[in-house]
Design a protein around this ligand. Sequence first.
Ligand SMILES: Cc1cc2nc3c(=O)[nH]c(=O)nc-3n(C[C@H](O)[C@H](O)[C@H](O)COP(=O)(O)OP(=O)(O)OC[C@H]3O[C@@H](n4cnc5c(N)ncnc54)[C@H](O)[C@@H]3O)c2cc1C
Length: 268
Amino acid sequence: MKKFSSHSRHSNIKKMQELDFDLVIIGGGINGAGAAREASLRGMKVALIEARDFASGTSSKSSKLIHGGLRYLENLDFKLVFEALNERTKLFEMAPHLVHPLRFLIPLYETSRVSMFTMGLGMWLYDALALFQTPEMHERLSSEETLKRMPILAANKLVGSFVYSDAYMDDDRLVLETLRSAHDHGAVCANYVKATGASFNSDGCLNGIEVTDTLATNPQPFMVRGKHFISTVGPWTDLFGEKLFQDWKKILRPTKEFTSPFLRHDCH
Ligand SMILES: Cc1cc2nc3c(=O)[nH]c(=O)nc-3n(C[C@H](O)[C@H](O)[C@H](O)COP(=O)(O)OP(=O)(O)OC[C@H]3O[C@@H](n4cnc5c(N)ncnc54)[C@H](O)[C@@H]3O)c2cc1C
């Protein structure tokens, strides 16, 4: 196994200055790390840069759940749930030290929007879409059994509950281990290297990303050249897009109108 540490950072930055890459990835969260691993496993020459520390963005601030998305069944989005449950199974196999089963209990009351029958159907479907590769099959509990299992619940109008499995994870470690695996397969990854601009060839196609090593004593921008580029900067997508393209049209739509602590403008 090759060493992936602060010691390899310096030589990786040197490689970034010297080599031409098949794929340059901007952003070291879970999407960048996953893309780097998948591409390097397929033999591509990959570079990945991250403006601050790896996983310092959204990927260390999630709810830490690996879930198939039980609620998406209501929208009949079976493909999405099937895919997510399959990924859950893969993660159980690939990272058993980081991904652990978690049991959930959903109590249902006479006033609940969903009946025991409908929820029961959803539960069977959820386990079936996981191809029954679930840590434990779901359980249907009567109101008495529910209260025995979860005595803090309000008993009035309780009709019963369902217990089912999903998983929780160590999100930032998952990013680091994915990057470590990418590194083992030849990906050249460096943190504290910020993308600040881009270069285009005469046909107007992107052929390089201008980056700066923010830890250097005398930071000088340099180009990372590549054939293909992926931006996995997550919530920074519009800020980054505006830097690269004058005619960039904003594509992000916040789900809530407040200043998110994840959007740290200080890194730009
Ligand atoms: C509150 C919340 C809870 C969530 N809970 C879950 C959950 O339970 N389970 C689940 O699976 N998902 C969950 N998610 C979703 C999940 O966290 C995100 O889908 C995922 O982390 C996105 O990863 P990313 O790599 O796209 O973005 P990020 O992790 O944000 O990575 C983007 C990276 O790009 C870097 N960057 C930005 N600009 C530049 C630049 N100019 N140069 C270089 N690098 C740059 C940033 O520093 C950052 O590290 C949750 C999300 C939120 C907000």
